[in-house]
Design a binder for this molecule. Structure first.
Ligand SMILES: [Zn+2]
Ligand SMILES: [Zn+2]
Length: 108
């Protein structure tokens, strides 16, 4: 998927299309590569000395903010659903504290 297309999807608030594309979700997509790299284990649990199977692949730098890193393996981490939810709740709180962002032409 082209970077230009990812940016479009962000603007349209339609990133679900990105997460369904073969480059992410395919048999040899980044998601699959991340899971294999991490041995299908949650990396967050691992840091706490626990072993949990990973079901999700999380973007360390969010796609919305760093679309150019959406398909970069180094920007991903395998996580279990629990840790993934926790991570996003943490991010949400952080975002709420910031001033609301508005899209503008300058940004792109
Ligand atoms: Zn976990
Ligand atoms: Zn995530």
């Amino acid at each position: 998927m082209e970077l230009q297309r990812i940016k479009e999807l962000i603007r349209e608030d339609n990133l679900v299309k990105f997460y369904q594309c073969p480059a992410w979700y395919g048999n040899n997509g980044i998601r699959q590569q991340a899971l294999e790299r991490d041995n299908y284990e949650c990396q967050e649990c691992k840091r706490q000395g626990k072993v949990s199977p990973a079901q999700n692949v999380h973007h360390l730098k969010e796609v919305k903010d760093f679309p150019e890193l959406a398909l970069v393996l180094d920007n991903t981490e395998s996580v279990c659903i629990n840790c993934h939810n926790k991570e996003h709740k943490r991010l949400e709180k952080y975002i709420r504290k910031k001033k609301p962002k508005f899209w503008n032409d300058e940004r792109w």
